[in-house]
Design a protein around this ligand. Structure first.
Ligand SMILES: *Cc1c(COP(=O)(O)O)cnc(C)c1O
Length: 212
């Protein structure tokens, strides 16, 4: 596997307005360094402990994204350094992020996770709940956009329609909250569809680092 080639293949494939999050979860730090040497600076992890451990030993200019489900009691561990939290899915979590950000005298950037998949197991807010969080206007969090995950299925039409619905929610919310700018959708198997449907941030793991 050639991490550098995988990254440049993806970058060649996408518009420069689309940001690439290299999802390095479960992968060792030398894989991350290889991607770093290819110029990649944004990495995503889905476990707090991995984020903490990897960020401690890797270059300081890496922007670490928390892409997984985040428990309120673990926010404190990533609050000093996390660059973007993708999956805010409750008021309680947002309030905790705000509190910890304030303690570190910083603003933590967040996305709201919207439930779009058919599976009931996936986390996420509905549109009204998202609007409610956007209206809170907390001083130490900045809600920059929304994120979603499509159903795990081979049915491309279904995936497309779920991404369309997320894009629709994004546009609606943006009309009201003008600073929203990030629409995080698309993974290795579906990022082409996601970009066609308006994604500007894709989260790619296996197509860069190999299967897990
Ligand atoms: C693992 C993960 C990804 C990347 O998945 P791949 O299919 O390996 O590209 C993207 N987003 C989230 C939230 C993930 O947990």
């Amino acid at each position: 596997m050639n991490i550098k080639a995988n990254i440049s293949n993806i970058l060649n494939d996408i518009d420069e307005k689309v940001q690439l999050v290299a999802v390095s979860k479960t992968k060792p730090t030398d894989y991350i360094l290889e991607a770093y040497q290819a110029g990649q600076r944004i990495f995503g992890e889905n476990k707090v402990q991995d984020l903490v451990e990897k960020s401690a030993v890797l270059p300081d200019d890496i922007r670490w994204h928390m892409i997984g489900h985040l428990q309120s009691n673990k926010v404190k561990y990533i609050a000093p350094f996390v660059s973007l939290i993708h999956a805010v899915d409750s008021k309680k979590l947002l309030i905790e992020i705000n509190k910890r950000a304030k303690q570190h005298d910083r603003v933590i950037h967040c996305l709201l996770q919207i439930h779009i998949a058919q599976e009931s197991s996936k986390f996420g807010l509905n549109e009204d709940e998202a609007i409610e969080l956007l209206e809170m206007n907390l001083a130490n969090v900045s809600i920059d956009g929304i994120m979603g995950m499509a159903t795990f299925t081979d049915d491309k039409q279904q995936i497309r329609s779920e991404f369309k619905s997320l894009k629709n929610t994004f546009e609606k919310a943006k009309n009201k909250f003008h600073k929203l700018s990030i629409l995080s959708m698309g993974m290795s198997g579906d990022y082409d569809i996601a970009i066609e449907e308006g994604s500007n941030m894709i989260r790619i793991g296996s197509s860069i680092f190999g299967s897990r």
